[in-house]
Design a protein around this ligand. Structure first.
Ligand SMILES: C[S@@+](CC[C@H](N)C(=O)[O-])C[C@H]1O[C@@H](n2cnc3c(N)ncnc32)[C@H](O)[C@@H]1O
Length: 247
């Protein structure tokens, strides 16, 4: 994805993309005792450690401008060409950014050059297409660039020693990415919520509105609840989100 895309679709991101405390705890555990951290594709600063020295890298001005006062300093750069000397950081974090890079292999090589440990929050390539909102109502969202993460086994092969953890999505996830509302279907009807989900935000209105009208009708008639009764008792699901940890 070109950086300009986030200058367009990143408006209002901070409103619905609040870091989820359960995900944050899992990411913090993975970071272990790292004290200096580079957060790449940092966006509005979600999941940045408060107890460590963090430097953020973010190419989009719109995203950088939404960082809260007191957030870590941000360097405007792309991962494929990081302006840091080798071995500058104990660790690097990458939260839901890998699939947006122009070249993830080059980006990961750069990150490994400047940091020791790597903590990468990403998802299986089919994760979006398997979510009911995409499968049943917005199939075009499953084909957008934002839905196409690199294959996890290729990422792991590129990172010797990498281990992979499942990152479950809680039913009340506060970070409004595509799967966040799997048990709160009415949320997808809110255009503001959809703006925070890049795979949907990239679609033209004629590819969104008919599906959302059908979802509204299915909620009204009770059909959605009948078809998804199995989800309503679950507290969390495996939506294909993964944490790749190296070092
Ligand atoms: C979905 S947002 C994630 C932001 C933040 N990490 C979070 O979890 O909320 C993806 C971010 O990756 C950034 N990005 C896109 N291409 C990039 C690149 N080549 N190098 C570094 N960051 C990039 C975008 O500007 C955007 O802020």
């Amino acid at each position: 994805m070109a950086v300009a895309d986030y200058d367009e679709i990143g408006v209002g991101y901070a409103r619905h993309r609040l870091p989820d405390p359960r995900l944050a705890a899992q990411f913090e555990r993975a970071l272990g005792d790292a004290s200096t951290v580079l957060n790449v594709g940092a966006g509005t600063g979600s999941y940045e450690s408060v107890d460590r020295t963090v430097v953020a890298v973010e190419p989009s001005a719109v995203m950088a401008a939404q960082r809260p006062a007191g957030a870590a300093p941000v360097v405007r750069a792309v991962v494929e060409d990081l302006p840091f000397a080798g071995g500058t950081f104990d660790a690097a974090t990458m939260f839901l950014t890998l699939h947006h890079w122009a070249d993830w292999r080059v980006g990961l090589r750069e990150v490994r050059r400047v940091a020791g440990k790597l903590v990468i929050f990403t998802f299986e390539p089919g994760a979006h297409a398997h979510c009911w909102v995409v499968r049943d109502y917005l199939p075009a969202a499953g084909r957008t660039r934002s839905a196409l993460a690199p294959h996890l086994d290729e990422v792991v092969r590129a990172l010797p020693g990498a281990r992979v953890e499942v990152v479950p999505v809680p039913h009340d996830c506060t970070d409004g990415f595509l799967w966040a509302y799997w048990r709160r279907p009415e949320q997808y009807l809110d255009p503001d919520v959809r703006r925070g989900i890049s795979a949907i935000a990239q679609l033209p209105p004629h590819e969104v509105e008919p599906g959302m009208a059908r979802l509204a009708a299915d909620l009204e008639s009770g059909r959605w609840h009948d078809e998804h009764a199995d989800l309503l008792d679950l507290d969390e699901v495996d939506g294909g989100f993964r944490l790749v940890v190296v070092g």
